[in-house]
Ligand binder design. Structure first.
Ligand code: MSP
Length: 639
């Protein structure tokens, strides 16, 4: 049975362009919607724009445009941003649409008829930026606490919604529904606020001051207060009151907002719903604020980070990953490009990108692994268990909107699989025909782990997850129910997938690399010691470096340069021919621990097959074999 799930973002003001803050909310909403769809729920994701009120009217005047033209332009900018970020919203509401205005007027008329709205007088300190009056207590040095701009004293006749009468009811409701607002700190903030008497809410603005709004149906001299108008988008978009969509989704409504708009959502909105005879939403999920360079970020302050510029530079998936992993849902976070690049390199390029590259390279190179798959061993079932644990932790975290925890759980699994590759050493198994069945099993486990990641990562990194699924040959739409390991007993055909997340330095160096490539090819050939072109870390990691103990050494007959060494790599012995006879006597080397390239193709020198190469440096006539500055067991990995 698929459960309905209705998720909303705030509708954003159209007086400015989308920025990091808007992008965060919309991205986490999208990740949540994708997660629930993956789990089989019937999801409706709503976003849109808030287009009425002083703020928009003033911005339009500044831009020399009619308000509707400004709204059209900026609403399209938001819509286009979400399209480019791959947001999967099911609807996009604009408060200037007739479908919305109709609902606002119907609700107002209903409340007026029921005696919930009355005409009164109000005088107060007003901030045009915030579109609200401030109480004496809230004012800081005569200025708006938010914008630090001077406030204007305004006295006017207005219509009021009898919100005060719902104070007792709201407190009881919050007590009976402890998870209505989460995280808990915001619930506590609202309960604290409700200890003071609640005022009635002015829900109109005189047309003499503001034309740009939805006219009150019962008094043409006024337009609707922008918050009263905006909050109703959550039901107008579902086609309240008669639409089937409203009946299906409203009982499952979850709102997602940042802390800046907690009060209208946690106080005005439930009271409005109650007065209008509608059920209260199921949950209000509140996140913290992104700060940039230690300061608060907002459109009116100006130091905004353009969402699109960032995603253009680093890619949608990297951007999504960073914001979800970096911010603890509910708390504030700092945005710095260094932190972004750090996480991209460590978590995406290194942990995930390398795993995918290593595993797909091994799998793509498997020849007849299908035919010989041994039974799972403890190492394999430990990976299966790690997948079960990660899924459970991710599910639990997502139920709490704890995106950072969900990702941390998935990265635990990625770490476990990387360690599994190190421990099972499939490249070593590949050298030993007797261990083919074990290799087959290890490859199965890796393919299985990739399949799992291709599903579970889908809500967070939709592009990368799609590429992983394609590499392992999965074409069916992903479902969370299929993220179960341990069912594979044939090695599937897998395509190599490397460079899923290039390291940032690589990108920065591309220009230098291109410049070097343009030089005459001779230059590099003529100077063998010239710095080589940069390689990706994955390329370096394909070189299997190991600590080796020299067990025996002897001169190769008839050769001036070569020594024949017998070395131990822990559980295996190898013959290595080294060109160091002019610099080392055989006896000098026995007992030494050196570093060997363990995965070089064997080469025959003076009739002896060399199964590796020992590392040595040289300058002028000197040569030095690389040794360890403290002891490590033979076979230890060098990186
Ligand atoms: N139009 C109202 C909301 C009406 S909802 C019925 C509004 N619009 S807004 O354009 O100012 O958007 C506010 C929302 O944008 C925040 O609640 C949050 O979702 C997002 N953010 C804006 N700046 C932000 C940060 N600096 N950090 C995190 N999110 C922020 O308020």
């Amino acid at each position: 049975m698929s459960a309905p799930f209705y998720l909303t973002t705030p509708i954003y003001y159209v007086n400015a362009a989308p920025h990091l803050g808007h992008a965060y909310t919309t991205i986490v909403a999208d990740a949540m919607a994708r997660y629930r769809r993956l789990a089989g729920d019937r999801v409706w994701l709503l976003t849109g724009t808030d287009e009425h009120g002083d703020k928009i009217a003033q911005a339009a005047t500044r831009a020399g445009l009619p308000p509707q033209a400004l709204a059209d332009r900026n609403s399209s900018a938001f819509r286009e941003t979400w399209r480019r970020l791959g947001i999967t919203n099911d609807d996009y509401i604009r408060t200037t649409e007739p479908r919305h205005a109709r609902v606002v007027q119907a609700v107002l008329q209903g409340l007026r008829d029921a005696g919930e709205i009355y005409l009164g007088k109000y005088g107060g300190h007003y901030c045009f930026g915030c579109e609200r009056f401030y109480t004496e207590k809230e004012i800081v040095d005569g200025r708006c606490p938010d914008h630090q701009t001077p406030l204007t004293w305004i006295e006017e006749e207005n219509y009021f919604f009898r919100m005060s009468k719902y104070q007792g009811w709201l407190i009881e409701y919050l007590e009976a529904h402890p998870d209505l607002i989460r995280p808990e700190r915001y619930r506590n903030e609202i309960l604290g606020f409700l200890r003071e008497p609640l005022q009635d809410l002015s829900i109109s603005r005189p047309r003499s001051r503001l034309e740009w709004g939805i006219p009150l149906p019962f008094d043409e001299r006024f337009v609707t207060y922008v918050w009263f108008d905006a909050l109703l988008n959550y039901v107008s978009a579902l086609g309240w009151p008669d639409d089937e969509r409203f009946r299906t989704f409203w009982p499952h409504a979850q709102h997602l907002i940042a802390k800046d708009i907690l009060k209208p959502h946690a106080i005005y909105w439930p009271c409005m719903l109650k007065a209008a005879g509608l059920d209260v939403f199921r949950r209000l999920n509140v996140h913290g604020y992104w700060n940039v360079g230690g300061g608060k970020m907002s459109k009116s302050v100006g130091n905004v980070v353009e969402a699109l510029a960032l995603t253009d530079k680093y890619g949608n998936d990297a951007f999504r990953y960073f914001v979800m992993r970096e911010m603890t849902f509910g708390l504030d976070a700092d945005f710095t490009e260094e932190a972004f690049v750090g996480r991209l390199n460590a978590d995406l390029a290194n942990d995930l990108g390398n795993l995918v590259s290593r595993a797909t390279t091994l799998l793509a190179g498997a020849r007849d692994g299908e035919a010989t798959v041994g039974p799972p061993e403890e190492e394999d079932t430990a990976v299966h268990r790690a997948a079960v644990t990660a899924r459970a932790a991710a599910d639990e975290a997502m139920a709490d909107f704890a995106f950072q925890r969900a990702l941390a759980a998935i990265w635990e699994f990625i770490g476990a699989v990387n360690r599994y590759v190190d421990a099972t050493q499939p490249w070593a198994l590949a050298r030993d025909p007797a261990r083919r069945p074990r290799l087959g099993r290890v490859l199965c486990t890796l393919a299985d782990a990739l399949g799992w990641l291709g599903i579970v990562l889908d809500p967070f990194l939709p592009e990368a997850a799609g590429r992983i699924r394609a590499a392992v040959g999965v074409t069916a739409p992903p479902r969370l129910a299929d993220a179960v390991m341990g069912r594979l007993d044939r090695v599937p055909a897998v395509a190599r997938l490397s460079g899923l997340f290039p390291r940032i330095e690589d990108a920065a160096r591309t220009a230098g690399k291109a410049a070097r490539a343009a030089r005459p090819a001779r230059a590099a050939a003529d100077t063998p010691d010239a710095p080589a072109a940069p390689i990706a870390i994955e390329d370096f990691q394909r070189v299997d470096l190991r600590v080796a103990e020299v067990l025996a050494a002897e001169a190769v007959p008839k050769s001036r340069k070569l020594l024949r060494l017998t070395v131990s790599l822990g559980d295996e012995q190898r013959t290595v021919v080294a060109g160091i006879a002019e610099h080392y006597a055989p006896a000098d080397l026995v007992g030494k621990k050196v570093v060997v390239v363990a995965n070089l193709q064997p080469a025959t020198l003076m009739g002896i097959t060399s199964q590796g190469m020992i590392l040595a440096g040289s300058a002028d006539t000197k040569t030095a074999v690389l040794a360890l500055d403290r002891d490590l067991p033979a076979g230890a990995k060098v990186r």
